[in-house]
Design a protein around this ligand. Structure first.
Ligand code: SF4
Ligand code: SF4
Length: 326
């Protein structure tokens, strides 16, 4: 049994410039049902996933490659955590933050990393796929009862969880903050450890400079220092190694690991496998189809997780998520 995922790229779908081929050639439409229609309100194609048989004809005939159709195992339907709207991106399962440990997330861009971090930091309430009728917290907590995520969501619901997030694009930090490195660190240093962090990350010469004058590596390490100096329960670092050399990466790893050592929950997205190996206690993989759906794997030991990622095959779930090995 399969579970249908039909995703429409709303930017690519241009009904005024095509011959509505998807609607014309859909075999289910031809049989008289409304499987794929033109939504007159938004002027875009709309696919009924309950009626669609997954044949893929619309994918082939659309001149703008606007449609993605995927057939997933039906059991996954119960693991849907969030869907943004009809024929939109959806995420299945979530990684579990663990107190006192670093969980590494490994996967390509477009698989739902932002959705994961927004949900786990409390910025996005998971709708369990019910975008038209989103559940209240009590129902979400019931969904997670008996799991480690339940206590995490309990804290979010009760506003007892703060998150500190290092974004992937550090130049956004320089755009958002007009001031020197010292001013940034002083603004966020709730733990009173700015001096140690500045020394560990080799930022002594960056403190008096405006953020806009810093190199990518300096800005990266400064952002990590600012995030690590906040006193929160959950820390998320998105690509912390970028722009830094091997010695600076080791310093970054030590800073991130020090948070886990004092009992914080830490999650890291990183493509440098050596750093991830050095840093992570566990790995969870993110795989799927970019911009269509993402699935979070079960938790794996770091060594196994990295090997599975390189192999492109997840034996515990019997899933090949890449055609070739790296
Ligand atoms: S999905 Fe493709 S064929 Fe269908 S309306 Fe949009 S652009 Fe036209
Ligand atoms: S996959 Fe087939 S059945 Fe589904 S909408 Fe496309 S053409 Fe119709």
């Amino acid at each position: 049994m399969t579970h249908r995922v039909a995703v429409l790229d709303k930017d690519l779908c241009q009904p005024k410039k095509c011959g509505l081929e998807c609607i014309k050639y859909c075999p289910v439409n031809k049989s008289g049902a409304d499987c794929i229609i033109l939504n007159e309100e938004v002027k875009k194609a709309q696919i009924d996933e309950d009626v669609c048989n997954g044949c893929g004809i619309c994918v082939k005939v659309c001149p703008f490659d606007a449609i993605t159709i995927v057939n997933l195992a039906s059991e996954l339907a119960a693991d849907k955590i969030h869907q943004y709207g009809p024929n939109s991106f959806r995420l299945y399962k979530l990684p579990t933050p663990r107190k006192g440990e670093v969980v590494g997330l490994l996967g390509r861009n477009g698989m739902g990393k932002s959705t994961v971090v927004n949900i786990l930091s409390g910025n996005l309430k998971p709708n369990l796929g019910r975008y038209e009728n989103p559940p209240e917290w009590d129902e979400i907590l019931k969904h997670y009862s008996g799991t480690e995520l339940k206590s995490h969501f309990d804290k979010i619901k009760n506003k007892q969880l703060r998150a500190s997030i290092k974004p992937q694009q550090v130049h956004h930090v320089a755009q958002a903050f007009d001031g020197t490195g010292k001013e940034l660190i002083e603004k966020y240093d709730e733990r009173g450890i700015s001096r140690e962090l500045i020394k560990e990350l080799g930022l002594e010469n960056s403190m008096e400079q405006n953020l806009k004058e810093l190199s990518g590596g300096e800005l990266q390490r400064l952002s990590i220092a600012a995030v690590a100096s906040k006193d929160t329960e959950f820390y998320f670092f998105d690509e912390p190694s970028s722009y830094n050399d091997v010695f600076q990466r080791k310093s970054v790893a030590r800073v991130i690991h020090s948070l886990a050592k004092i009992g914080k929950s830490v999650m890291v997205v990183e493509h440098d496998l050596t750093l991830l190996d050095y840093l992570s206690d566990y790995i969870e993989l993110l795989y799927g189809e970019p911009a269509a759906y993402g699935i979070v794997s079960n938790v794996l030991s770091t060594k196994i997780g990295i090997n599975v990622f390189l192999d492109g095959y997840l034996p515990t779930e019997n899933v090949r998520f890449r055609d070739k090995k790296f």
